[in-house]
Design a protein around this ligand. Structure first.
Ligand code: COA
Length: 327
């Protein structure tokens, strides 16, 4: 991952001091990840308004912190502290904002041992701020994020998978499974997901055969950035219906139109002769919304996915019908 080194050199001493002071798990969000990733131009640390920090339940405030209320709302308490001349705003999850806080923690990336909210989470946060408070600064940052993501997406190439891609396709799936399917409510942990041993020789052989034989019943595409696989889609033609088997993008490539490009390839290859089915985890609301955009609707409860230790991931089936031949 490319980061702005100059910014990082200014930021890391502040975060190191903060870590000593608060001594709990935290994620940096707000505008700071935007400077770090090069979405916003950085000149001097003094230009940084503040650093926003999300903390978990284990946070304990201290006397040197000042209690303030975000937009004067009594349930939006913040703790302000000045570190090396920079205002640091520390916030535990506010009532009604638990979902976005959960995302800030779940969908984060690490630099130098510190966690930062992903670009998509910052984008979501800024969208929320624009909607609720209409701040010009957030609106401007949103535009910058969209431009940045557009430029990144333009460098991604979607094409038929090759034999050599298959090993990396399986690794990609393993990586995206962890970020997509860990779930507190269903008790699904990273260890459960890693225990699947999906990356085995049998599976690799199976996938390579479908590419090698130029199968007319299966097809795989990859999305690549500079040769690195960042996404994949696998579809199947079956008796009576067609199927989207897998569709996965690395978190830092999601929500910038690449899934749409893969989906368009898949839909065009499968054609409109038969309905198309797919299975999706019931709690994967982002993917469900994505599929709805392409005309998929709920069909029925699917068969649970069972992990090697017996834990279950509930699945629901979605279907897309075609007008011409109602099947
Ligand atoms: C689900 C996934 C494939 C979607 O791909 P993506 O590149 O993130 O989505 P795109 O940016 O191409 O979005 C395409 C459209 O869907 C919409 N969309 C995507 N996610 C959405 C969401 N969570 N809520 C509402 N709309 C959403 C976009 O707004 C866009 O609509 P538009 O064309 O009108 O602007 C991708 O996010 C992913 O890999 N997620 C993790 C793995 C996963 O869940 N895979 C599916 C397993 S069944």
């Amino acid at each position: 991952m490319q980061i702005n080194q100059k910014f990082w050199e200014c930021l890391s001493p502040v975060l190191s001091e903060l870590k000593q002071k608060i001594n709990c798990d935290f994620v940096v969000f707000g505008s700071t990840p935007l400077y770090l990733l090069g979405v916003l131009d950085f000149e001097r640390i003094e230009n940084l308004n503040d650093i926003d920090i999300a903390v978990g339940d284990d946070f304990v405030s201290s006397e040197e912190m000042q209690e303030v209320y975000f937009h004067d709302e009594p349930n939006q308490k913040l703790y302000k502290i000045l570190i090396q001349g920079i205002n640091v705003d520390i916030g535990p999850a506010w009532p009604g904002r638990e979902d976005i806080y959960d995302k800030i923690f779940r969908d984060s990336f690490e630099v130098g041992g510190f966690k930062f909210a992903s670009l998509n989470t910052v984008r979501e946060w800024k969208e929320l701020m624009v909607k609720e408070y209409g701040r010009e600064k957030d609106r401007n940052h949103l535009e910058k994020i969209k431009d940045f993501q557009k430029r990144k997406a333009e460098s991604v190439i979607v094409a038929d998978a090759t034999l050599e891609d298959m090993e990396n396709v399986l690794s990609l799936k393993d990586e995206v499974w962890v970020s997509t399917y860990t779930n507190k409510e269903h008790g699904i942990t990273v260890e459960d997901i890693q225990s699947r041993k999906i990356h085995n020789a049998q599976r690799l052989d199976f996938m390579q055969k479908s590419v090698r034989g130029k199968s007319t019943t299966e097809h795989i595409w990859t999305a690549k950035n500079g040769g690195r696989i960042v996404g994949m889609c696998w579809v199947e033609r079956k008796d009576g219906y067609n199927k989207i088997g897998s569709l996965y993008l690395l978190p830092s490539y999601q929500r910038m139109g690449i899934g749409k490009r893969l989906m368009e390839k898949a839909l065009s290859w499968l054609g409109e002769e038969k309905k198309i089915k797919l299975g999706v985890a019931t709690y994967n609301s982002d993917a469900i919304e994505f599929y709805r955009k392409f005309g998929f609707e709920f069909l029925c409860k699917g068969e649970d996915y069972v992990f090697p230790n017996g834990k279950k991931m509930p699945i629901l089936q979605m279907v897309k019908y075609f007008e011409v031949k109602k099947q």
